[in-house]
Design a protein around this ligand. Structure first.
Ligand code: HEM
Length: 419
């Protein structure tokens, strides 16, 4: 801690206190923290996990993200190392730590090189027609269930588009989308009792999810297709094939990262547009390129509030003496509103250009693999939505997932007109 710059109130501040997050990220707190030395908080809900440093300035986030030798991604990208309900109970984090996102070079780079080619912006374009078809299919189903056009932008629409897009790529049947959404919700939204009853539920979800993926991998070993699961099975790096566990982890990571992210950016961004009819009109009229609109969606509503790193050695950063083993949260929700980089950062503005946000990460090895796909998916999703519906407006109270990690609405009731 840095007593020299800490007011008494700040010394007691726990940035991870969920009560600060009920209406979204506590931007006032982050604004204040950006003007000070690095702040250290305890993890109130997980007292055995130690505390963490809050990295809140744009330049600091970039510097930490790019220095993987000093700031490791192991064992986890969330602030807790353990998610077991009690000592000795099965721990989902033992599984999650094998995902590429929780690895450092050289293993991380070796795994990323395998999938990178399938996710270039050029390859994303190949999915254009399929994505348009999925978006319209999801709207068809939502309107079938709600012929009056009163739908939930998150639960009737947001959940299914990314799940089907990434599911198609991985080879999961579209009719499994609902099940896949349920499993991903139950593994990531563990801070929200409305979605995850207790920590055991995280494990129960995995107990169902893992056999499902195992079966798909076995099917593809016997009947190869042109999907990513088959590609993982056939991939060879330096003469070696991926192990079964590595394939499982890829499936799991892509399904979770591809799901939670794009849906939250789309639904939150559309809410911002509906909150500001003038900007909605601007977008509808085509006066602002949709690519630019997408960037502001991601800046203003980064899907993940933070990613964690762990110091591998003693070091200094923005006035703080960090010790080997200390945890750091890279608060992308704060970097994206850093007033030294963005003019009037708290204002949502689709005309913002340039927009060098950190919504896909601050750079470095772990920069989002799916950024090209997500950018195109969001562009098509906004385009199809505004083309299909003359009018779209908020229709009831929205509320948020209770989480310091997922920057996501749980529900956004809207009315869609003009299909
Ligand atoms: C708008 C949507 C998305 C946002 C805002 C987003 C955001 C992020 C962020 C912040 C990171 C961590 C970067 C870091 O710590 O340096 C990340 C990593 C990752 N994302 Fe995304 N993501 C999105 C969509 C997707 C999609 C559609 C996929 C996959 C299909 C995907 C796959 C991944 C993977 C695999 C990683 C780990 C990369 C690594 O460890 O090298 N993401 N994403």
């Amino acid at each position: 801690m840095n007593p020299a710059t800490e007011t008494p109130e700040l010394a007691d501040l726990d940035v991870s206190d969920l009560s600060l997050w009920q209406d979204g990220p506590p931007h006032e707190v982050f604004r204040d923290l950006r003007s000070r030395d690095l702040h250290f908080s305890e993890l109130a809900d997980f007292p055995d996990e130690g505390g963490f440093w809050s990295v809140v300035r744009y330049d600091d986030i970039a510097a930490v993200g790019k220095d993987h030798e000093t700031f490791s991604s192991k064992r986890s990208i969330i602030l807790v190392d353990h998610l077991a309900s009690e000592p000795g109970a099965p721990d989902p984090m033992d599984i999650a730590e094998n995902m590429m996102i929780s690895q450092d070079p050289p293993r991380h780079d070796r795994l990323k090189a395998l999938v990178q080619r399938a996710f270039t912006p050029r390859r994303a374009v190949e999915h254009t027609e399929r994505m348009r078809e999925i978006i319209n299919l999801v709207y068809d189903r939502a309107l079938e269930a709600h012929p009056d056009g009163r739908v939930d932008l998150v639960q009737d629409v947001g959940y299914y588009v990314p799940s089907m897009v990434i599911g198609d790529m991985l080879g999961a049947p579209r009719e499994d989308a609902e099940q896949l959404v349920d499993w991903t919700n139950r593994t990531t939204a563990f801070e929200d009792p409305r979605l995850v009853a207790d920590l055991d539920d995280v494990w129960r979800a995995l107990e169902e999810f893992i056999p499902y993926v195992n079966q798909l991998i076995e099917d593809r070993r016997e009947h190869p297709t042109d999907d990513l699961t088959t590609a993982f099975i056939e991939a060879e790096v330096e003469g070696e094939h991926l192990s079964h566990e590595e394939i499982l982890m890829f499936f799991f990571l892509l399904m979770v990262a591809g799901n939670d992210s794009t849906r939250s950016v789309f639904s939150s961004g559309m809410k911002s547009l509906m909150d500001d009819p003038e900007q909605l009109e601007l977008v509808k009229s085509g006066a602002v390129p949709l690519e630019q609109v997408v960037e502001e969606f991601v800046r203003y509503h980064p899907a993940f509030a933070y990613m964690r790193r762990t110091a591998t050695r003693d070091t200094e950063l923005s006035g703080a003496r960090i010790k080997a083993g200390d945890k750091l949260a890279l608060w992308y929700v704060s970097g994206n509103r850093d007033e030294t980089v963005f003019e009037d950062p708290d204002y949502f503005d689709v005309r913002r250009e340039p927009n060098p946000h950190q919504g896909f990460g601050g750079g470095g090895r772990h920069f989002c693999l799916g950024a090209g796909l997500a950018r195109l998916e969001l562009k098509l999703w906004i385009e199809e939505t505004l083309k299909r519906f003359d009018r779209i407006r908020l229709d009831g109270e929205s509320d948020r997932i209770s989480s310091t990690f997922l920057n996501q609405y749980r529900t956004i009731p809207v009315s869609l007109f003009g299909d």
